[in-house]
Each structure stands twice: as C-alpha cells, then as structure tokens.
Design a protein around this ligand. Structure first.
Ligand code: SF4
Length: 356
C-alpha cells in the first residue's frame, strides 16, 4: 500500500515511493494508516524540505549511519496514540513532537502527552539540526491560546510544555502570544504546572518580561550544543546570547521560577567541551539540565558524528549533579520535554496564589 498521508498531501512526491510502513516513522497522517508494532527507527524518509528552502539549511555530504541498539525503539500499538492525534487535529494544533520528528513521538502520544508548538509551524530560522520547516511565517492565530488551553484540559495534563517557532519577524518575537497562551491554559486548568521552551527573543528583555509576567513555573531555553560548534549548528543564535537569556530569566523570574536548558550530543563535541557548557549553564543559574543524542532528521540536516553510549550519558549525569543541577535527565532518547513532568518545582505559596 502506498502512503496517502501528509507528505503526499503536501505535494512532495519524493516520498511517493515510500511504503506506508516507512512513512509511519515520519509520523504519517494518513487516515488509513495503522502503525506497525515493531518497526524500528532506522527506517527514515528522504528529505522533506521544500526545494526553495533547502539552500538555507546546511547540506552535509554524509551517509546516514545505522542506529545502535540503544536507539532502536519499538512502536507501541495503542488507541491512546490515535486519540491524542485526533484531539490535536480537531483543535488544529501543532506539536514539536511531529514537527521536529521526535523519536519519542509514539511513546509520548500513547501516554496522552505532547508538547504544543505555538505561533505556527514555520520558523524564521534554519538551524542545521532542526526538522521544523523554515518559511515565511503566517500571521499569528488569535484563537490558538484558547485551543491549547482546551487541549490541555481534554488531555488532563498536570504539567504542560509549550514551545514556539522562532518568530524573528515579530517585534516581540512572539512573546505576547506566549503570554496569552499561558494565561489561557491557567484559566482552564487551575493548578497546572506550565513549562515554556522559548526561542532567544534576540535577548530582548521586554520580550522575556512578557513571558515571565505570565508566571511559568519552568523557563526552558536550550543551549543546544557546545560553544565551538554553535556557529555551525544553530542559525542566528549564539552561545553567549542563550546563556544571557537564561541568566536574565532566573534573575527576573523570581523565586518560583526554575530554569532549564539542554544539549544535544553526538555532533562532534568533546566531553571536556560538554563539561565546560555545563559549567557555563550553572554560572547562569540554570537548575535543570537535559542531555540527549542528536539524530539527523533528514539527509539535508547535520550528520551524526558519534552515537554516545548510555554509559557516557550516565557519567555526564553524575558530573552535572555534582556541578549543582537540581534535576538532570541524561540519556540517548532524552529530549527537552521528555518526561518533563518528572520534575515539578516546589512552588512557593505566594506564587501559587498569583497563578490560581
Ligand atoms: S519528548 Fe517531547 S517533543 Fe518528543 S514526543 Fe515527547 S513530548 Fe513530544
């Protein structure tokens, strides 16, 4: 059977020769598709970027490497996955789970959780690692905050993670939209823990304040990689700007705010560089750290240089804890929002009152 899903609907005929089973690993939306229970993640689709955008991404010349055993995941068969998909589709919401081709997509959706991606699905940046589409963004959808709030309610989430594409085209970088979304989520979901994963807002303090005024419990901004590799991995973002954003968020967010950041490993960094990055994050008062394996979404993205074994992730977790991070998630499949609800900061009563 040929896939009749997302890629074909978008007119990207490069995927036309894929079987439906293969397309499942690219998060096929075909209504007739039933995910197989034992497909392994090394089956991946060809590039999906529209040809007019491809030149903006680095085009590495590399053979895609086979995944080691520890990165092969069994796809669960669960009606919860379908329920989550239908709910998100019904409310016309984007998730980073799909847009970034997260390898935990099946697991998280089968558990009834997802990470909402607001402000559209077109990013104004073109980072070499990221599968989110780069294109001229559409205007913000003023109904989106309420729909995120409703999805949160229907899914029964007690900890919601909200992220957004970088909107460098907007004067506030999309900060007011974050603020409106947090407010709407709180209104419909009393007592919920809100975690935001934001772009750098070009280090604009007014934008940062807008987000922080909505009182998220966790402010996350990813450093993504070590200092040396940042120029080749991230587009427009800088290492020092990200550290500055994190330090300012901690200083301006008050005692109820936990700050969080993450690194992808396997891009060619050394362990000593990772340690330096962890030290820099602690110097910016970051509380929570995530470390995960970078996986190349398509052949047009940066290649994987190393597959880091689980034992090294375990060692790095120990190092990070000894540096003072209060919570560390470190493992090959860890992503910023993976099992995010395992850390919910203790919220001082004064902050709880303001949020309820
Ligand atoms: S780890 Fe985060 S982005 Fe990935 S599927 Fe789970 S919730 Fe979505």
């Amino acid at each position: 059977m040929w896939c009749t899903g997302d890629s074909v609907n978008r007119g990207l005929d490069r995927t036309a020769s894929l079987t439906c089973e293969q397309n499942a690993l690219r998060h096929c939306q075909a209504p007739t598709h039933t995910p197989p229970s034992s497909v392994r993640m090394e089956l991946v689709a060809p590039p999906l970027l529209p040809s007019d955008l491809a030149p903006q991404k680095p085009v590495p010349v590399a053979i895609r490497r086979r995944l080691p055993e520890w990165l092969k995941v069994q796809l669960p068969t669960s009606s919860a996955f379908t329920r989550t998909r239908l709910l998100l589709s019904d409310l016309r919401l984007h998730t980073v789970c799909e847009s970034a081709q997260c390898p935990n997509h099946w697991e998280c959706w089968s558990k009834g959780t997802a990470t909402f991606m607001i402000a559209g699905d077109r990013c104004t940046r073109a980072c070499g690692f990221c599968a989110v589409s780069t294109a001229k963004p559409l205007p913000l959808d003023p109904g989106e905050p309420e729909r995120v709030a409703e999805a949160t309610r229907r899914m029964g989430l007690r900890h919601v993670v909200i992220t957004a594409v970088a909107r460098d085209d907007l004067a506030d970088g999309g900060a007011a939209h974050f603020q409106a979304t947090i407010a709407a989520v709180r209104e419909r979901n009393p007592g919920i823990v809100v975690e935001v994963l934001t772009p750098d807002f070009l280090d604009r303090e007014s934008s940062l304040d807008m987000v922080l005024d909505a009182r998220p419990e966790v402010f996350n901004h990813n450093l993504e990689t070590v200092r040396r590799l940042t120029p080749s991995v991230r587009h427009r973002a800088t290492y020092d700007r990200s550290l500055s954003v994190l330090a300012k968020a901690k200083a301006r967010g008050g005692p109820g705010l936990a700050t969080k950041s993450g690194l992808m490993l396997g891009l060619g960094e050394t362990l000593s560089e990772v340690r330096d990055a962890m030290i820099d994050l602690r110097a910016s008062q970051v509380d929570i750290l995530t470390l995960g394996q970078y996986l190349q979404p398509t052949r047009q993205h940066l290649p994987v240089v190393d597959f880091i074994p689980p034992s090294v992730f375990a060692e790095l977790k120990e190092q990070a804890e000894s540096l003072g991070f209060v919570h560390v998630a470190s493992g090959p499949l860890v992503r910023s929002s993976y099992h995010a609800d395992e850390f919910s900061p203790a919220i001082p009563p004064s902050v709880t009152d303001q949020n309820s």
